[in-house]
Ligand binder design. Structure first.
Ligand code: ATP
Ligand code: LTN
Length: 328
């Protein structure tokens, strides 16, 4: 069976873009492959210092992953730092990637440039080595990622090829896959930028935990344009097209078909807002219920880590033996 791994960082609230572009596909794909989903807290540590933030964000993200429909009996949901093999193989990956290769990573260049006046950790630089460990530990065949992550999958393949060449066949070569039905949700206030956790204001971002009134208000204030024709055209009418696409993702219809039904922006905004409220209602109810029993959530994560560790430990042992480390 195909092995699939995808990971998400516990930084900021999960938003509608994360859900429609990624999480929803994780849920629908959980029965078609053997799936592993990591909450990568060690990666978040590259940019998070406040100790009171990370643990909370990790638990909340776990509740959200189960609330959107990942079934703990089917999918393996785990916290990266609970499976210590990630750090152990991460070091071996650092010794298999070169300084030059890491220097060419676009994400490092972008993130370090944005943090100009702030602390730039060495972890931010070696981030791709840990990501390579995440992926290679599970003999992963496929990694569903957005375009921004393709370079990280490429470097993972390069590392795996180099290791296999140096030490003999050890790792499965993964490939990046882009889900066919992944909607790309744009910011409601700036419809030419994608909805993102790192946006400067949250008036254009729908958190999966936003109250219904807040969701409706954000849709009502969504940026459209000065003419008044409802037409699906990403290039000429990004705001209106984004609303149509969100409504389409909620109802299962196409954006083009929906466009023919509206002659004004007002009703489109109301309908899109209401559809999102209905989409989020059961997710929020499950989320809040799960968050009332933290003990149960932690036990689900322990179970996930246990399943993950079985696979990860075997791969780490193989890598250590092939690299010639003396057995303990
Ligand atoms: P950041 O802004 O900090 O980069 P993010 O909001 O882009 O965060 P990630 O944690 O990088 O979120 O991504 C998690 C998943 O959600 C990835 O698979 C990514 O492709 C997907 N995703 C993120 N934003 C959107 C969006 N606006 N539309 C569709 N998919 C998205
Ligand atoms: N770098 C990714 C998060 C991430 C990841 C992974 C994704 C860390 N390890 C392994 C897929 C597989 C991001 O910023 N979205």
């Amino acid at each position: 069976m195909t092995r699939v791994l995808s990971c998400i960082q516990p930084t900021g609230d999960v938003h509608l873009g994360n859900y429609l572009g990624a999480l929803r596909n994780w849920v629908s794909g959980q029965h078609d492959a053997e799936v592993f989903h990591g909450i990568v807290d060690l990666h978040a540590l590259t940019v998070t210092e406040a100790p009171e933030v990370l643990g909370k964000a990790t638990l909340s993200l776990a509740a959200m992953l189960f609330a959107v429909g990942l079934d703990p009996d089917v999918a393996t949901v785990f916290v990266q730092s609970h499976v210590t093999e990630h750090s152990q193989l991460g070091w071996m990956m650092e010794c298999t990637v070169s300084y030059g290769e890491l220097s060419r990573m676009t994400q490092f260049k972008d993130k370090s440039a944005k943090r100009e006046a702030e602390f730039i950790s060495a972890g931010l630089f070696t981030y791709p080595a840990l990501q390579a460990a995440d992926i290679l530990l599970y003999d992963t065949d496929e990694v569903p990622v957005g375009d921004d992550q393709r370079q990280h999958i490429e470097i993972t393949r390069d590392i795996a090829i180099r290791f296999n060449h140096r030490f003999g066949d050890t790792f499965v070569l993964p490939k990046a896959v882009t889900p066919k039905s992944g909607a790309r949700v744009m910011d409601l206030q700036d419809p030419t930028s994608k909805m993102s956790k790192s946006a400067t204001t949250d008036s254009g971002l729908i958190s999966l935990l936003d109250e219904p009134a807040a969701v409706l208000k954000k849709f009502k204030r969504a940026v459209t344009d000065s003419d008044s024709e409802v037409r699906y055209d990403r290039a000429e009418k990004p705001g209106v097209s984004n609303l149509l696409e969100i409504l389409a993702a909620c109802t299962g219809e196409t954006a083009e078909a929906l466009a023919t039904r509206y002659s004004q922006y007002g009703p489109l905004k109301t309908d899109a807002g209401e559809a999102v409220v209905e989409l989020l209602r059961p997710i929020q109810a499950r989320y809040h219920e799960l968050m009332t029993d933290r003990g149960e959530l932690q036990s689900l994560l322990r179970k996930g880590a246990g399943k993950a560790r079985v696979v990860a430990a075997a791969t780490l042992a193989r890598a250590q033996a092939n690299a010639g480390l003396l057995p303990a």
